[in-house]
Design a protein around this ligand. Structure first.
Ligand code: SF4
Length: 198
């Protein structure tokens, strides 16, 4: 199912979900992932569904919800994998803006060093970046990243993106007992969350 909800969200109100990635195609295989183990580990962006297919499915759902008098606060890209692996995401965001509803993206930030990913995310109104730890060995342990990913490149990409993004930018850190909840990891990660370098 590409479209789901709307679901109530603490941060995003009534959020209509867009599942633009097939289950568990991801650049990470986080130890806490609710979707299960990553079947298809990848950092290569490609097309999974066309922008038109997503647009028409959202249009249909929005039409139904308007008819029912239901409110939608955000259209949110929150798939069962990493949303920026979808090479069409920027184009799809542009198309969805025609509904006049805010667009949110929840990403693991692993591809944000790629300038084209930054440009695509710039089109959203609200972006959440996952930063579970800025300490290399803890990042590897908790997020189990694709072998070609480089934490320092990701952190640099986050700084670049934060300097030019004009929407609302938030970060998200999942705390796992005994893994990333120690004082050093928490304080260094919080420095990045506040926009300071480690
Ligand atoms: S980034 Fe998200 S989808 Fe990917 S493994 Fe981690 S929790 Fe699961």
């Amino acid at each position: 199912m590409i479209i789901f909800g709307p679901v109530p969200s603490r941060r995003l109100g009534r959020s209509l979900g867009v599942n633009n990635i097939p289950p568990k195609v991801c650049s990470y295989s986080c130890i806490y992932c609710q979707v299960g183990a990553t079947d298809s580990m990848s950092i290569k962006r490609k097309e999974f569904y066309s922008s038109d297919q997503i647009y028409y499915e959202v249009a249909e759902k929005v039409r139904q919800l308007i008819k029912l008098g239901e409110k939608i606060d955000n259209i949110t890209f929150v798939p069962d994998g990493e949303p920026t692996l979808d090479i069409n995401i920027g184009n799809t965001i542009e198309k969805l803006k025609s509904f006049g509803i805010k667009i949110a993206v929840i990403t693991n930030a692993s591809l944000i060093w790629d300038i084209q990913v930054q440009k695509d995310l710039m089109k959203a109104d609200w972006v959440s970046l996952k930063i579970d730890s800025v300490i290399e060995n803890i990042w590897r342990k908790i997020n189990r990243p694709h072998g070609l990913l480089d934490l320092q490149k990701i952190l640099h990409g986050i700084e670049e993106f934060a300097a030019s993004f004009r929407g609302i930018l938030v970060t998200e850190t999942m705390l796992v007992k005994g893994v990333n909840d120690n004082r050093e990891s928490l304080s260094k990660t919080a420095q990045i969350d506040k926009g300071n370098k480690t």
